[in-house]
Design a protein around this ligand. Structure first.
Ligand SMILES: Cc1ncc(COP(=O)(O)O)c(C=O)c1O
Length: 385
């Protein structure tokens, strides 16, 4: 018998090294990276003076932390204002902020589904929705990616009275869009609620960045629940559920990630409010992200995306990792998605557009990506012959 109860960790680590799946935390410099195509700062607001000032003012007024659960001490006038502003922005009746988008998804799904509910989730739903399904104790069925007919079949055949359908609006790995209007039509027909994660849609899709559900005419529908993170286009941190007022009340009473979690920090609330204010003042930021994504896709030789996410599939994990490293060494910070974030054999560079990328930055991106992708695609071709 082994005397080291952690020896299995060495074996697992060796397996991950072998498969090119070892992950490393890179400590970054305080200054912005040379060119950032890795972060989710879609509108380029994370260092905007008004956003930073919003965070600082909230800290000065309310302190560094929110001091407790929202239900005990953690709700400030700032939280209430942010909730009202976000709800108004997307056309929902009410909003409730959480400490993260992950917590918002866990809280919403577990509070709206339980034993006796059917949950149908798209095969490409974000990990936080997957985990929410696991925690919900509902019967969970996974529908094929963007397959409305499959969702309809599952809803029609169910024996449970209640049903909840889950999907991302913009899928995080490929940046493709969910057929929200069709999903909502099917949900309405079968008495189900549609929950849409707008993490990558808010600030990018829809009129002035109001999200894909708004774009597809679903704003304010009582059987629609929107969740979102404040950490991407809104350049802050935290999550939100935007829905009918009865759903907000229900979450306050029952969502465990709301009740048993410290409220969102004032700095994040202040920053998110300032970012939302900027987006309202300049709605062209949202179209700017899509235009820059189209530029990057052209450079990378992949189809123009419907979102800020440009996915350049390279294949094996090590190949994608090496390509990402080569970009970084040349001053281009890019994302690298490997299993389990994406299926085996589809490891990729994930490039995210930013509304305020300059022409000079795009020129540099052209040079660096041109070289790195030519090399990576050449290596892949060699492996395949
Ligand atoms: C689609 C999606 N949903 C939820 C989350 C979680 O949000 P947060 O980072 O605020 O926890 C993310 C990523 O961060 C995401 O990409």
């Amino acid at each position: 018998m082994t005397t080291d109860p952690l020896s299995w960790l060495n074996e697992r680590a060796a397996e991950r090294v072998e498969a090119g799946l070892r992950r490393r935390l890179r400590v970054r410099e305080p200054s912005a990276p040379a060119i950032d195509l890795a972060s989710n700062d879609y509108l380029g607001l994370v260092r905007h003076p008004e956003v930073v000032a919003g965070a600082v003012a909230a800290v000065r007024r309310w302190g560094a932390g929110s001091t407790g659960s929202r239900l005990v001490t953690g709700t400030t006038a700032e939280h209430a204002a942010l909730e009202a502003e976000l709800a108004e922005f997307v056309g929902a009746e009410a909003g409730l902020v959480f400490a993260s988008g992950y917590a918002a998804n866990l809280g919403a799904v577990t509070a709206l589904a339980g034993r006796g509910t059917l949950v149908v989730s798209d095969a490409g739903s974000h990990a936080s929705l997957v985990d929410a399904c696991r925690l919900s104790r509902a019967r969970v069925e996974i529908a094929a990616h963007r397959d409305v007919a499959a969702v309809e079949r599952l809803l029609a055949e169910r024996t449970e009275e209640r049903a909840l359908v889950l999907t991302d609006s913009v899928f995080s790995a490929d940046g493709d869009l969910a057929p929200l209007a069709d999903l909502h039509r099917v949900c309405r027909a079968y008495g189900a609620v549609l929950l849409v994660d707008e993490a990558h849609g808010l600030g990018v899709r829809g009129n002035g960045g109001r999200g894909l559900a708004h774009e597809q005419g679903l704003a304010g529908e009582p059987d629609l629940v929107i969740t979102a993170t404040l950490s991407k286009a809104l350049a802050a941190q935290g999550g939100v559920v935007l829905a009918d007022g009865r759903i907000r009340d229900h979450l306050i009473d029952t969502a465990r990630t709301f009740i048993f979690d410290t409220g969102l920090a004032p700095a994040a609330v202040g920053a998110a409010r300032a970012a939302l204010g900027l987006l309202r003042r300049d709605p062209t930021m949202a179209t700017g992200v899509l235009d820059r994504a189209a530029d990057i896709a052209r450079i990378a030789g992949v189809p123009e995306p419907d979102s800020a996410v440009v996915s350049v599939v390279l294949g094996e994990a090590q190949l994608a990792y090496d390509a990402a490293q080569a970009c970084r060494e040349r001053g281009l910070d890019v994302g690298c998605f490997r299993p389990p974030s994406v299926p085996p054999g589809t490891s990729r560079l994930r490039l995210t557009a930013r509304a305020n990328l300059t022409a000079a930055e795009l020129d540099t991106i052209g040079v660096v990506l041109g070289e790195v992708l030519a090399e990576a695609r050449g290596e892949r071709a060699e492996v395949m012959v």
